[in-house]
Design a protein. Structure first.
Length: 338
């Protein structure tokens, strides 16, 4: 579908900060308040902008392990059931269908590598030898950038970062209901969310401030359904010869300035960086990979390119059961074969 230039500017201004007022957004974009309000309501109604909390699981003791894999020929008959299992699992925060060296990608939330191993074991117990080929790495930090290709204007919030933290904290069941509700409930205001969660509005506001102070609830953002913007999504996996703070900063700055880069994730494991790219056509990918080689060719070992067909699941807080968050239950999959 086609969106207007005004809508493109408003998406760019809104998607990293869903909590800003209509007045603030009008000031930042130069549009009238009623124009901004109408555009946001339309974009949310058409599921182009989807409210989404930016939650850091690290203070709760969780790491996220990303696994890219292909399935065996025997497992292809059960691929729909496998995808349903991944989407419904409280362990899995992200699922992607890909084209390239690997067919699928998932991110597994776990407190230790042993829990990841247990998850993979239970998957194989359910579906047989699923993973024909796989590669794995653990997320160190994740940064989303504003959607530069939608606008040439400068905005106050041009990136947002989640990173591993040393200080750990605990939450109670009320905090859990709030974090889950922020992601799963449909609401237009905090007071409406409080009503749906059956929590006093003052309690909701206080708890959200506390979760923010603990480094768990970073802010409220919008997911953007890019399939409705007429762009194609690609992932670039960068493997480098050496790791350093200097290179980390160079990669960050290059991605931040690049019009087509939507996010960058730093990893420890089989690859070093994952770069999300959104382009009008796949023909642009060769040019973009060439730009990365031109900038980092002396330290780059390899760039692997994957086309993203879709994301069946994107969640910053996949936990439905409070007992699971507390670690009292580490069952990988709810129920049996699906």
């Amino acid at each position: 579908m086609r969106i207007s230039e005004t809508e493109r500017e408003i998406i760019c201004a809104a998607h990293l900060d869903a909590d800003q007022t209509v007045g603030d957004m009008a000031r930042r974009t130069g549009y009238k308040e009623h124009t901004v309000r109408y555009a946001i309501e339309k974009l949310k109604r058409e599921r182009i902008l989807i409210p989404h909390p930016f939650i850091n699981l690290s203070p709760l003791g969780y790491h996220q392990y990303t696994i890219f894999f292909s399935v065996t020929s025997e497992s292809r008959l059960n691929i729909d059931a496998l995808m349903r299992l991944m989407v419904n699992s409280q362990r899995v925060s992200w699922v992607g269908r890909l084209g390239g060296e690997y067919q699928y990608g998932i991110s597994v939330c776990a407190r230790s590598p042993g829990e990841v191993s247990e998850f993979l074991d239970e998957t194989s117990n359910t579906f047989g030898p699923v993973f024909y080929d796989k590669t794995i790495a653990v997320i160190v930090s994740l940064t989303h950038f504003r959607m530069n290709y939608l606008s040439t204007k400068q905005h106050e919030c041009d990136h947002i970062t989640l990173a591993e933290v040393a200080k750990k904290t605990q939450i109670d069941e009320v905090d859990h209901r709030i974090l889950s509700g922020l992601e799963t409930e449909v609401y237009n205001s905090h007071s409406e969310l409080a009503t749906k969660l059956r929590i006093p509005p003052s309690t909701l506001e206080y708890r959200m401030r506390s979760l923010h102070g603990a480094g768990i609830l970073h802010r409220l953002t919008y997911l953007c359904n890019t399939s409705k913007l007429g762009v194609e999504m690609y992932l670039l996996l960068l493997s480098v010869k050496s790791v350093s703070a200097k290179l980390r900063l160079q990669v960050f700055k290059f991605c931040q300035a690049h019009r087509s880069v939507n996010f960058v994730i730093e990893y420890l494991g089989a690859w070093d960086y994952e770069v999300g790219v959104e382009v009008p056509s796949g023909r642009d990918i060769m040019r973009i990979t060439g730009e990365f080689y031109a900038e980092f060719g002396d330290v780059l070992n390899l760039i692997r390119v994957f086309q993203v067909f879709d994301y069946p699941k994107v969640s910053k807080y996949p936990f439905r059961d409070f007992s699971f968050v507390c670690g009292r239950s580490i069952t990988a999959h709810p129920g049996g074969r699906q």
